[in-house]
Design a protein. Structure first.
Length: 487
């Protein structure tokens, strides 16, 4: 039997291999040491350099805060893209400039519901008290588009002199085929010789229809106020820019771009949202939910929010109700909550998430304000890419004390930073309610002034003169304080 020799490494080879291993180990330690030095240098340089890639999400500003005094406000550092790549004209409440637009007027502790600001300056009008007010005729055919009038919100925020009388438009009004001003204002429920007239032109998105062209031809000359509604995508700017007095949904191409453009009117709450009495608004400490989300996941932004709700937001007490498909009617058959349940949810939530729908502006923003729930909105890529462009500009210009985030991914960290500070949240709630009342009152009084100017012109001159054309009209109602933030 043949014996095999046992193989052994030569001593010289072993010594050489050990030397090579030691050299490689030293080299590895040297590389790690250099990496550590570079990393430390990067941290130090970042701390010394201006914070170009972070933004302060300031949800509340104390009364005596100044741009250099950041310690008096609760803020959250969130990474964002390089500012050089951002649109410099884009409004950000999270920027320092806008964070100081609204200063709290509620430094003292709010201990009861009656300490909260009164949203409405006037008491709710009972049906039996309507006769003591002057009627303004509103011709319409689509309840969804006339919620601001039908709900009585615009009247309550105004001078308390008027009430809006909702009337179903006649066929010639609806089709735009009334041959004269007299025929256009003729209605069995309205005496146009003593009552101002408003026509709400619905379904403006269908501007290719013959009815659209017909109504636009004489609408501004036939009614005291001619208002376009329903154009969530701002697609009619080349037709309506000087042919209507008011319109909802802000956009640089459709509103406030020049003296000949329509005047912006906010959506306000829906008619189905029942009025909230002062004693019904709960304090922050009385609310059991941190936030609510009620709606469908019909856009990438909403879908991302849906993912967060099922992951990083699950640790917060909340109420979510996701609708599979958007529906035109707020009924159970479309998956919507009953109006009473919806209202109750807002009254019990500290925050209300307001993702963009067909338009970034939504009814729920205003419904949340009335319920004392703080709206949270985002200025993300979907907001920037919407056809209306910068839809929240009126709210930002007026210093709305809402939460404006750059995207929904910032929401979990934001809630972590503010969730335990009940005192600040309480003052923020009071700020939202106080701001909302002033903002809507400003809008309602401006609307009334336009109605009065046009009505007096028609009655006094028998027709609308050049003094009541849209360009002159906006000059007459121009108030240098109107564009200033509400402070």
């Amino acid at each position: 039997m043949t014996k095999h020799k046992r193989f052994t490494f030569p001593n010289s080879l072993i010594k050489k291999t050990m030397k090579t291993t030691v050299s490689k180990t030293r080299l590895l330690f040297l590389i790690l040491f250099l990496v550590l030095i570079v990393f430390q240098f990067h941290i130090i340089s970042d701390s010394l350099a201006p914070e170009a890639n972070t933004v302060n999400i300031v949800f509340f500003q104390e009364e005596d805060a100044s741009p250099v005094d950041q310690e008096s406000s609760t803020s959250l550092q969130v990474s964002i893209p390089d500012p050089a790549s951002r649109n410099t004209e884009r409004f950000y409440r999270t920027d320092n400039m806008l964070a100081h637009r609204w200063k709290s007027h509620h430094r003292e502790d709010i201990s009861s519901r009656m300490d909260l600001p009164r949203i409405f300056l006037h008491p709710f009008t009972r049906k039996e008290d309507v006769k003591s007010k002057l009627p303004i005729c509103v011709f319409t055919r689509t309840p969804r588009q006339d919620s601001l009038f039908r709900s009585g919100v615009l009247a309550r925020f105004g001078s308390n002199k008027y009430y809006y009388k909702i009337l179903r438009g006649t066929d010639c009004q609806h089709n735009g085929t009334c041959p004269t001003q007299t025929m256009a204002q003729k209605h069995p429920g309205c005496d146009a010789t003593t009552m101002p007239t408003i026509y709400l032109f619905e379904r403006i998105k269908n501007f290719g229809h013959w009815r659209f062209d017909q109504a636009m031809e004489n609408g501004i000359d036939f009614y005291d106020v001619f208002m376009a509604t329903g154009d969530e995508f701002c697609r009619t700017h080349y037709i309506t820019h000087n042919r209507v007095h008011f319109r909802p949904y802000y956009g640089p191409l459709v509103t406030n771009t020049s003296l000949s453009s329509p005047i912006y009117l906010p959506l306000g709450p829906r008619e189905e949202f029942s009025r909230v009495l002062p004693e019904q608004v709960k304090l922050i400490k009385e609310r059991g939910l941190v936030f609510n989300f009620l709606g469908s996941l019909t856009s990438p932004s909403r879908q991302r929010l849906g993912v967060l709700i099922n992951t990083s937001l699950k640790r917060f007490p909340s109420f979510t109700h996701v609708i599979k498909k958007w529906g035109k009617k707020l009924t159970a058959s479309y998956g919507y909550l009953p109006p009473t349940k919806y209202r109750e949810t807002l009254l019990n939530s500290i925050f209300t998430l307001c993702p963009a729908g067909h338009n970034p502006e939504a009814y729920r923003i205003y419904e949340a304000c009335e319920a004392g729930s703080i709206p949270i909105l985002v200025l993300d890529d979907e907001y920037d890419g919407h056809e209306c462009k910068q839809a929240f500009t009126p709210l930002l210009q007026q210093g709305a004390p809402f939460i404006f985030l750059n995207n929904w991914d910032e929401l979990p960290a934001f809630l972590d930073s503010v969730n335990t500070d009940t005192a600040r949240l309480q003052r923020l709630q009071a700020d939202v309610m106080g701001w909302y009342g002033k903002f809507m009152s400003k809008v309602a009084l401006q609307f009334e002034k336009v109605v009065e100017l046009r009505f007096k012109d028609r009655i006094g001159n028998g027709k609308y003169t050049t003094n009541s054309e849209l360009r002159a009209l906006k000059s007459n109602i121009h108030d240098p304080n109107y564009e200033k933030p509400l402070i």
